[in-house]
Design a protein around this ligand. Structure first.
Ligand code: SF4
Length: 266
């Protein structure tokens, strides 16, 4: 989580794809909420690696390849801690790169405003009720029909790859890659996600701040993080963040298991 004094914990979780056992160094002092993001990404990737291995045994392997950015025209949801992390990453870039990124975000905003989608996405940021995938389907489709390249895409390469949102890491398909050229016309086979990290972090943020924000569409992430910049100055005990986020993970897994009719544990 961070370089300050820390305590090592072992985490063991039963996911739908198998058991994850991993160690994490948790700061004993106060840290910003962004400090939990790298650990959560790692947890999500370890869970997904199990799922990929299990799918491989069934003869299904991901067709996603480096250099393919076909899915980078979809609407990507971020949690608030991820939005703050993305803002930090952008601010850490050389000035020229920052300008290019900001220009692409500004251009995307103009296009979304002109199509009347920006306002709907803004409302989603503050939605007090959980929006199901079905609820989001309409706005997702309208967004995807525009085929707007993600503002982080440069010459079809993700410039924020190592720090990209959890939702980008979680989308893997096993159907032929050319089907992803038109995701509205072609059905694709996805690999299921044992833990949706943005959902877990969104729930954590709601608990910590007693606010309704759960998911932020990527094109709005920098604006949202700028408006809420004051909250990034808030610090929480590392152990408190760790306990609370694991509680959300366990709840998420329990829900997934009960949805699947399987038993859960942790
Ligand atoms: S952040 Fe990167 S991987 Fe995610 S949609 Fe944008 S360009 Fe694609």
């Amino acid at each position: 989580m961070s370089s300050q004094v820390s305590e090592r914990f072992e985490v063991s979780l039963n996911t739908s794809a198998g058991q994850i056992t991993t160690a994490v160094d948790v700061p004993t002092g106060f840290v910003p909420v962004t400090s939990i993001v790298p650990f959560m990404r790692r947890l999500g990737e370890e869970a997904q690696a199990l799922e990929v291995a299990w799918m491989g045994e069934q003869g299904r392997v991901p067709s996603c390849q480096k250099g393919c950015a076909a899915c980078c025209r979809m609407l990507v949801p971020l949690s608030a801690p991820e939005a703050f992390s993305v803002r930090e990453w952008v601010r850490s870039r050389p000035v020229e790169q920052q300008s290019r990124i900001m220009a692409r975000f500004a251009d995307t905003k103009v296009q979304l405003l002109s199509k009347g989608i920006w306002q709907r996405l803004s409302e989603l940021c503050e939605a007090s009720d959980h929006c199901s995938d079905k609820d989001l389907d309409g706005v997702n489709r309208r967004y995807y029909e525009l085929r707007l390249a993600c503002p982080f895409l440069e010459e079809e390469v993700c410039t924020i790859y190592d720090e990209r949102p959890a939702a980008c890491r979680e989308l893997l398909v096993t159907s032929p890659a050319d089907r992803c050229e038109d995701l509205l016309a072609n059905p694709v086979d996805t690999i299921s996600t044992p833990i949706r990290i943005s959902t877990v972090l969104g729930l954590l943020w709601q608990d910590l701040t007693n606010t309704s924000t759960r998911l932020i569409p990527l094109p709005l992430a920098l604006d949202w993080a700028e408006v809420h910049a004051g909250t990034t100055d808030r610090m929480w005990k590392g152990t408190q963040l760790f306990d609370q986020v694991l509680d959300k993970v366990w709840r998420f897994l329990s829900q997934s298991f009960s949805d699947d009719g399987k038993a859960a544990g942790g």
